[in-house]
Design a protein around this ligand. Structure first.
Ligand code: AMP
Ligand code: ZN
Length: 112
């Protein structure tokens, strides 16, 4: 989608701190980290919100990519949180679905 920030990041039109990329997904460090480790995993296909998503394999791949990166970066055993915000009440700001992965400190629950 031409006017989407994350589509532009995938296309390389906007720089990002990339961690991982394959034919389906792209992962990069969040520009405003909320924890010592905070990265985003996004599908290359533009999907605005979880409400529009219907590809179970692709959604599963977002989670498996997060766990792979957590293992590669060495914090999988200590633990981490993955979360996807949806629409206004969920706190979604960028309308291209993304899985947040946060780690490196004790995360609070409930998140507020
Ligand atoms: P959400 O509120 O769930 O839509 O999260 C959007 C996330 O995208 C926020 O955590 C932002 O800090 C992050 N973000 C926004 N712009 C960029 C960017 N150019 N590079 C990396 N992360 C970004
Ligand atoms: Zn997009």
């Amino acid at each position: 989608m031409s006017d989407c920030l994350f589509c532009k990041i995938i296309a390389g039109e906007i720089p990002s701190n990339k961690i991982y990329e394959d034919e389906d997904v792209f992962a990069f460090h969040d520009i405003e980290a909320q924890a010592p480790h905070h990265f985003l995993v996004i599908p290359k296909q533009h999907i605005a919100t979880l409400n529009e998503a219907d590809d179970a394999v692709l959604l599963g791949k977002l989670s498996l990519t997060a766990s792979k990166i957590a293992k590669d970066l060495g914090f999988a055993e200590d633990g981490y949180r993955v979360v996807m915000n949806c629409n206004n009440d969920g706190g979604q700001a960028v309308y291209h679905i993304h899985l947040h992965c946060l780690a490196g400190r004790q995360l609070q629950w409930p998140p507020g």
